[in-house]
Design a protein around this ligand. Structure first.
Ligand SMILES: NC(=O)c1ccc[n+]([C@@H]2O[C@H](COP(=O)([O-])OP(=O)(O)OC[C@H]3O[C@@H](n4cnc5c(N)ncnc54)[C@H](OP(=O)(O)O)[C@@H]3O)[C@@H](O)[C@H]2O)c1
Length: 254
């Protein structure tokens, strides 16, 4: 039987306590990966519940907090993760904010906030991971909207495009011992405050005529982590949404 190449590795998963990040943490745990769960300010008990589930896979887990709106939070995170776990082989940059703004109403502070949390913090984590680990794998979670425009989430789409650029640049800079890839999810989970109907309504515009599930994202992440000759890539886990011509993004009214 082929040896599971991820077993015994340790991963830092940002925003790992809930939704897609949680699914990634569990998918890695099921492969025998010990998990450092980065937590922002999840609901009481969410992280502990995740750690208990991870224990069920026989892997270890640690919780390390950080607010990516604060430089002190993300600048020290990789160091604190190393301190907790003793090693890191994998970094998953999943945490992100998704706040609406437009060309008309966007302001500097809002742009800086989303750039800092969604692009600059992952970049600093990646640089620190490369410096300390020296080898391993990084996966950045992007968004299918990088393939088009999203006029309703200007700062967000700027930040995800920045992270896409950084994926390719760090892939070159950190080679040959570190691979850097990305997954760009499409319609997977409804934003906070919206229900399944939100996804169903938008699924008609997806070539595969359905929305995805966190499993579609975790499958792509695992594929990238198990590969050894792929770097600087993006996998669109979006049912083909990135192939459609759109101006307002999947969130558009038409
Ligand atoms: N949901 C989708 O269908 C979809 C589609 C395309 C792309 N994506 C991408 O997939 C990833 C996961 O999506 P999701 O919907 O699961 O994300 P989410 O629920 O919006 O949040 C992801 C994580 O980011 C953390 N976070 C927010 N602000 C933070 C801050 N200031 N400092 C540190 N962490 C912070 C959140 O922690 P708290 O809750 O504690 O604040 C949460 O754990 C994101 O990168 C997103 O852009 C998702």
């Amino acid at each position: 039987m082929a040896q599971n190449m991820l077993e015994g590795k340790t991963a830092l998963v940002t925003g790992g306590a809930k939704r897609i990040g949680r699914a990634i943490a569990l998918a890695l745990g099921a492969e025998g990966v010990d998990i450092v769960v980065h937590d922002h300010h999840s609901l009481q008990g969410e992280c502990e519940k995740l750690c208990a589930e991870l224990e069920g896979f026989g892997v270890k887990s640690w919780i390390v907090p950080a607010d990516f709106a604060e430089p002190s939070g993300y600048q020290s995170l990789v160091g604190r993760a190393f301190q907790a776990s003793g090693r890191l082989d994998i970094l998953i940059n999943n945490a992100s904010v998704f706040s609406p703004d437009t060309i008309t109403d966007a302001d500097f502070d809002g742009v800086v906030r989303q750039m800092q949390i969604n692009a600059w913090a992952p970049f600093v984590l990646s640089r620190e991971f490369a410096r300390r680990a020296g080898k391993g794998k990084i996966v950045n979670i992007l968004d299918t909207r990088i393939a088009g425009f999203d006029f309703k989430h200007l700062s967000y789409i700027m930040s995800k495009n920045a992270l896409y650029l950084l994926t390719r640049m760090t892939a070159v800079e950190f080679a040959p011992h570190i691979t850097v890839n990305s997954v760009a999810p499409g319609l997977i989970l409804p934003p906070e405050g919206k229900d399944e109907g939100y996804l169903e309504a938008l699924a008609a515009a997806v070539p595969l005529r359905r929305h995805g599930t966190p499993r579609d994202v975790t499958d792509a992440v695992l594929f990238l982590l198990k590969g050894n000759f792929i770097t600087g890539q993006v996998i669109f886990a979006d049912g083909g949404r990135h192939l459609m011509e759109y101006r307002n993004g999947p969130d558009s009214d038409h």
